[in-house]
Design a binder for this molecule. Sequence first.
Ligand code: 2BA
Length: 109
Amino acid sequence: MKLIIAIIQNADRRALSAALRRAHIQHTRLNTTGGFLHEGNTTVLIGVEPEQVETTLELIQKHCHERTVIYRPGAGAMHPDAYVSPVHVTLGGATVFVVEATPHKIGGS
Ligand code: 2BA
C-alpha cells in the first residue's frame, strides 16, 4: 500500500475531499500549520493501492490551486515599529509525499 501525504491550502480541502469521496478513496484530514508562514493549512493522509496513486495525484492536481499571498516578514513582537517590505509568496497547488506503508488496524474482533 502507498501513503500519500498531501499538504494543501484550506481553501481547497472541501473540493479535494469531495472528489476523493466520489472516487471511493479513503482519506483523513488534519488541521496543520505551515512552518514558514505560520498559517493554517490542511494535511490529507490517503492510503491507497499502488494502482490508485496516479488517479489520486490527478485529483490533487485538479482541485489544489496555486495562489499568491502577501507575507510581511518579521512584523510583530520583537520590533513592532520596524518596517519590513512585504513579499509575495506563492503557495501550492500541493506539497505531496508518496511513501510505502503497511496499514495495521488494531482492536476490534
Ligand atoms: P509554509 O511552511 O507556511 O510555506 C508556505 C510557502 O512559503 C511555501 O509554499 C513556499 O512558497 C514559501 N516558503 C516556505 N519556506 C520558505 C523559505 N525558507 N524561503 C522562502 N519561501 C519559503 P509551498 O511550497 O506551496 O508549501 C506550502 C506548505 O506545504 C508549507 O507551508 C508547509 O506547511 C508544507 N511544506 C512545503 N514543503 C514542505 C516540506 N519539504 N516538508 C514538510 N512540509 C512542507
